[in-house]
Write a protein that binds this ligand. Structure first.
Ligand code: TRP
Length: 459
């Protein structure tokens, strides 16, 4: 029997609990803050024309992301199991169907697919630590920095090697368990990352193109918003907050009873969104100052930030520290991406944590080879959304996460009883009512609207 009962009749987790409320917030923040904020947000915003995209993204974060995150955490804490088992258990308890487990299953698969390419990009950041130390960026021209990037991603062996190293790092931490090491890393990393973003921001302000960067980010041209860019904004909101795939649910399973879910969610959303905004504000002025284009794609950060570092006093130091921190941020996110799959295998197949992690890690590594090759050998093999990397990214961020989020928020709003949810969210005051309204109407309608609009069903 997996379920352990505590004094008040509630289940407790098999994997141990977070040592404190702060530890939980740090862990979720660690999963949320990652490549999504610093690598992905700027280039997606750039590809989708800036201002209007950023506004839609912010609206998605607040109106949809926040209620979905709260729903995910409360489901996780109530079920206290891996996402598959939790959805099955609560499904039966609340609505009579164990089939809700497929929502957990969708999340397990999404996590595996996301990490398969996430690890490749994280490998780039590892390579950029080495490049920074070597001083290649010192005083380099935009052309030289661009060539450095092109040469690197063009070599499948190097990209494959760094992907392998990064997966090894991720497997190492996850195999050792939930709490050890993880909390300490985040406690230091997120503040340090904030400081370095401020340094970069300072440089950007001094570049003389700050106004142009701000204008690009915040002047909405709604005419430039396509169906697909609205979907991309929703997908980015899910991706950056780590929601829609059960990761936050898995973390919620280890959350102590007395912690405020609303407070924790607000803290995470605020930290995550601030870092993304800072990244945009630091990067776009550099784009314009150096005559680059904002829509350049996945290389954007790697083509702009080294330029700034190359011109700053102490640039070798700052650049190295920055890419170390970014690698750390990716590392703590990778852990969250693996957690649903690993927790599920441990509970379902009674494997040890180490066995489960190595197995999942190998699978992810192998799938990731498709993304390794997307930037070189198979760069011209395009179908549907583009390269293999483009397709995995599109399928996960723009389809699987919004769909998973819709089912999760629907479950919390319509399937779970009022008693269960108000019990988890602590009371039935105005904040609870606001959450319930969002979970029942605002978020599902919003997600459905964007999805149906994207496939052209709304005319
Ligand atoms: N939020 C992470 C980032 O911005 C990426 C991510 C998506 C993630 N889903 C996740 C991380 C689930 C951990 C768990 O980089």
């Amino acid at each position: 029997m997996l379920t352990q009962q505590t004094d008040d009749g509630k289940r407790s987790s098999l994997h141990g609990n977070w040592s404190s409320r702060m530890a939980f917030i740090l862990a979720v923040t660690g999963s949320a803050v990652g490549l999504g904020n610093i690598w992905k947000f700027p280039y997606i915003a750039g590809q989708n024309g800036g201002g209007a995209f950023v506004l839609v993204y912010l609206a998605c974060v607040i109106l949809i992301g926040m209620p979905v995150m709260m729903s995910e955490i409360l489901i996780g804490r109530r079920g206290r199991r891996n996402p598959v088992r939790t959805m099955e258990l609560l499904g039966k308890e609340e609505g009579g169907s164990g089939r809700w487990r497929w929502v957990g299953g969708l999340g397990v698969v999404a996590g595996i697919l996301i990490l398969s390419y996430y690890s490749v990009i994280a490998g780039w950041t590892l390579a950029y630590i080495v490049k920074s130390v070597s001083g290649v960026f010192a005083g380099a021209s935009p052309q030289a920095v661009g060539a450095e990037f092109d040469n690197f991603v063009g070599d499948w062996r190097l990209v494959g090697l760094t992907h392998t190293v990064f997966m090894g790092l991720a497997v190492f931490v996850v195999a050792r368990g939930v709490e050890r090491g993880l909390e300490q890393a985040v406690r230091f990393m997120v503040p340090a990352l904030l400081v370095l973003m401020l340094v970069l921001l300072g440089y950007s302000i001094s570049s003389g193109y700050f106004g142009q960067g701000v204008a690009f980010m915040f002047t909405p041209d709604f005419g430039a918003l396509t169906r697909d860019s609205i979907l991309a904004a929703l997908g980015q909101a899910f991706f950056t907050l780590s929601i829609g795939m059960g990761a936050v649910m898995a973390y919620g399973a280890y959350l102590p009873e007395e912690t405020s879910i609303t407070g924790a969610s607000a803290a995470v959303v605020t930290a995550d969104t601030s870092i993304a905004m800072l990244a945009g504000l630091a990067i776009f002025p550099l784009v314009f100052a150096n005559g680059l284009t904002p829509g350049d794609g996945p290389g954007l950060v790697f083509n702009t930030l080294p330029l700034a570092f190359g011109q700053m006093p102490g640039g070798v130091f700052f650049s190295t520290v920055f890419f170390v921190l970014l690698s750390f941020a990716a590392w703590t996110s990778a852990i969250g991406l693996m957690e649903p799959a690993v927790a599920w295998i441990v509970e379902h197949y009674s494997k040890t944590r180490a066995q489960a992690t190595v197995g999942v890690g190998l699978l992810i590594w192998f799938i990731g080879l498709g993304s390794v090759l997307s930037f070189n050998v198979l760069a011209d093999a395009r179908f549907l959304a583009g390269t293999i990397f483009d397709n995995v990214d599109y399928l996960t961020s723009n389809v699987m996460l919004p769909l998973g989020g819709l089912l999760i928020v629907w479950f919390a709003g319509w399937v779970m009883s009022r008693n269960s949810t108000s019990d988890e969210l602590g009371g039935s005051g105005a904040l609870y009512k606001l959450w319930r309204f969002s979970a029942r109407y605002l978020a599902p309608v919003g997600i459905l609207f964007v999805l149906l609009n994207a496939i052209g069903l709304l005319g």
